[in-house]
Design a protein around this ligand. Sequence first.
Ligand SMILES: C[S@@+](CC[C@H](N)C(=O)[O-])C[C@H]1O[C@@H](n2cnc3c(N)ncnc32)[C@H](O)[C@@H]1O
Length: 386
Amino acid sequence: MPISLNNLPQPDPVALQISEKLSQHIRTEIAQSGPIDFARYMEMTLYTPGLGYYSAGAQKFGEAGDFITAPEISPLFGQCIAKQIADVLDHLEGGDILEFGAGSGRLAVDILTALSKSNSLPNHYYILEVSASLKARQQALIAQQLPEFAERVVWLDKLPENFSGVILANEVLDAMPVHKFRQGDSGILERFVSCQDKFAETFDQASDEVIQAVDELGIQLAAGYTSEINMLLPAWMNSLASCLKQGVVLLIDYGFVRREYYHPDRHMGTLTCHYRHHSHDDVFLYPGLQDITAHVDFTAVAQAALAANLQVSGFATQAHFLMSCGLMTMTDDLSKDVQASYQTAQEIKKLVLPSEMGELFKVMALSKNFDHPLIGFSLHDMREKL
Ligand SMILES: C[S@@+](CC[C@H](N)C(=O)[O-])C[C@H]1O[C@@H](n2cnc3c(N)ncnc32)[C@H](O)[C@@H]1O
C-alpha cells in the first residue's frame, strides 16, 4: 500500500534526480522486455551501478541514514564476534577473515581492533563488497582508524580460492533480491512489475522455477497467502562452499525457521522498505533512495548449506550468541565511568533484548573441515528447531 509522503522527510533534489534516472532505467527495461519479476526490480533498485540504493552515495546506515545495524550500535558486537573468530583461528593455527557486504566498514574496524589486542590478527581481512560507493567508504574508514592494518585489509572482486579461516556476513542475506509469490485458487502466482505512467504490480502465472521452489518449501498455504523466497541462496551457498577449504561461516540476520517464516499469521510476507527510519511496504517509493529487504528463512539457509556439503555447526539467537561470546564480561573496564556505563547499558539492551534485536536476529554457523565446538553456541544451540 502506498505510504503517505506527508509523513516522510523529502529527499534532496540531487537524490531525487538519481531516483528519477534509476526509474527511467527500469522503465526502459520493462518497455523492452515486458513486466519484470520482483527479484529483478529489487536487484535494479538496490544494485544498479551508480544509481541503486547500495551503489549510489546515500548515507544508509546510522541516525542520518535509513536504518541501524548492530555494528553501528556498539563496538561490543564486533568484540564478541572477534572472540569467536579468535577461537577458530587458534584451532586452525592461523588463517584469514572474509567479510561479505561490509557496510560502513565499522565491523571490520571493531573486529581488527579486538583481534589485535588479543594477538590473534588474521593474515588478511578480505572484504567482498558489491557496492563501489560502500567500498570507498570502507577504505576511508580503515585508512583513518586503522592505518597500521591498511595492508592487511584487501578488497576482492571475486571469492578467493582455498580459503582457510572465517567468512562473515552481517545483514547481507536480507539484502538479496527475492521473488514474491502468492497462492492462487489454482496454483502459484508471481509478482511482476509493470509500468504505464507509474510502476504497478501484477500477480501472474509464476515461472516454473518459482513454482518448483515454493513446492519444495513443503508448506500448506491458504489461498491468498503472499510471501517471498530467496532463489539466489543455493548458488550463493555453492560458491561459498567451493571457496572454503577449512573453517567457519558466520551468518547473522533477522529471520525465522521455516515454519515460523511461512506461519499462517504472516500471510503478507516479510518484505519491508526502510526510508529514513520509517518502515513500510511501498516498494515503489523513491526507487533507489530506500532499502528493500526480506527476512531470512534459516531453514532454507541450512538446507542450501547441507546441499553444498557444508555442516551446520550452530544456530542461536543474537542474544544467546553474544552472551556465549562473553558480552557481559566485556564491560568491566567501563564500570567506573557512570556516563559510559549508562551508554554501554543502552547499547547492550539494543543488541540483546527480545523486543529489540535479541530474538529476531539469529546467528548461524556453517563449517567445513572444522570440528571444534564453537564458543558462540555454548549457552544455547537451537539447531533442532530448523
Ligand atoms: C544491510 S547492509 C549491511 C552492511 C553491514 N554488513 C552492516 O552490518 O552494517 C547490506 C550489505 O550487503 C552488501 N551486499 C549485498 N549483496 C551482496 C553480495 N552478494 N555480495 C557482497 N555484498 C553484498 C551491500 O552492498 C551492503 O554492504
